[in-house]
Unconditional design. Structure first.
Length: 373
């Protein structure tokens, strides 16, 4: 059975509760329990305790279970301090190693510490339990810090999302389940929401940065700016529609996006890998003979397979058929929520195919970037 872990939000809430207990009771606390939103109790050790007359600081070690990430094993600190002029308030701030939001579209506003809504609620609830137990009516200030946070954040999506100076204190359930797929899709949603908040009219999406040079040379577009959807084409189209985008363009290498011509919306090889079969069908529909089709089916890469098509002078006709099928399937997935265009290329062969409105979308994107620069 897979072992779950606990989020940075749970660690921060546990450390805040322990620090507040020690501050108000004057007694040491070496273990602490909190309730997570999932209903699972978090029982953990309290480490690195530091006590002053009006402030206590301590830490809880992050444990990510069977889905370890870059934060696994780090210490999440919280300090608790009495604020006499704040009546029954719990003030939550970010300290060293907790990122600051610099772009709209995230859980917190620009300029705020990247301590998300659910962790804030968890911290406040746990601290208030201690305050009520000791009948405290003045305020308590909690400062969450992660001494190694700035260094660790460079290995996360935070710099791309516009969170600078540290990691985020996150989590909606309080536990970490071994579901990296969910984490990736959540990140796609955040990036698309940021594009929407920044008034982008066209969602620009790519599986990754493969083709960076092609997109720069052919369209003058920096592929680093595109939302990276990995293999989750279908889910990304769904999210863009939910967020209210009316237009979307997907660009990518034929090794991945060719699969869209077969209606495959998750392009991971473990889900489906019929690239050669799809190229063979397109070649057959374009007039290729049996020898060409056999050569395609025996190829180990799409670049190798396309070489047989190109030698027969069938490349344009073949990709006209492919792009028709791609256009049909991506817009079938989109329904009436938005219109989706697509560009497929190869670093070796260059531009291979594009749907009818793709160039127009790219012109709009480049024009908007020009007005913003």
């Amino acid at each position: 059975m897979a072992e779950y872990g606990f989020t940075t939000g749970s660690c921060a809430a546990a450390a805040a509760k322990a620090a507040t207990y020690m501050l108000l009771s004057g007694r040491m606390k070496n273990t602490i329990k909190i309730d997570t939103p999932s209903g699972i109790e978090y029982d953990t050790k309290v480490e690195d305790i530091f006590v002053k007359e009006d402030m206590v600081s301590c830490a809880v070690r992050k444990h990510s279970g069977d889905d370890p990430d870059v934060t696994d094993g780090i210490l999440i600190y919280a300090s608790s301090q009495i604020i006499y002029d704040k009546n029954n308030e719990v003030i939550i701030e970010g300290g060293e190693g907790v990122g600051v939001v610099t772009r709209p579209g995230l859980d917190r506003s620009v300029g705020e510490a990247a301590i998300n809504t659910v962790p804030r609620m968890m911290i406040e609830n746990e601290v208030r339990q201690v305050m009520e137990a000791f009948d405290i009516t003045y305020g308590i200030k909690i400062v969450v810090s992660v001494p190694k946070g700035e260094e660790i954040a460079l290995k996360t999506f935070n710099p791309r999302l516009g969170i600078v100076g540290g990691i985020s204190i996150i989590g909606t359930s309080g536990i970490v389940e071994p579901m990296s797929t969910k984490a990736l899709i959540d990140t796609i949603r955040v990036e698309l929401r940021q594009q929407k908040e920044e008034k982008e009219e066209i969602a620009v999406v790519s599986p990754g940065n493969y083709g960076l040079e092609f997109m720069q040379n052919h369209y003058g577009y920096d592929l680093n700016k595109a939302v990276k959807c990995s293999n989750f084409i279908g889910e990304t189209i769904d999210i863009a529609g939910e967020l209210g985008f009316e237009k979307m363009i997907i660009t990518g290498h034929m090794g991945k996006l060719l699969k869209l011509s077969g209606g495959i919306m998750n392009t991971h090889s473990k889900e489906a890998d019929c690239r050669m079969e799809l190229l063979a069908v397109a070649a057959y529909k374009s007039g290729a003979d049996k020898n060409v089709i056999d050569a395609i089916l025996g190829s180990v890469s799409t670049d190798e397979a396309y070489e047989y098509i190109d030698k027969e002078g069938l490349g344009e006709k073949c990709f006209s058929y492919i792009m028709d099928r791609v256009y049909f399937y991506i817009n079938k997935r989109a329904g009436d929520r938005l219109k989706v265009e697509c560009i497929i290329y190869s670093n070796k062969w260059g531009l291979l195919g594009k749907t009818p409105g793709a160039d127009e979308y790219m012109k709009e994107i480049i024009k908007r970037e020009g007005t913003l620069s």
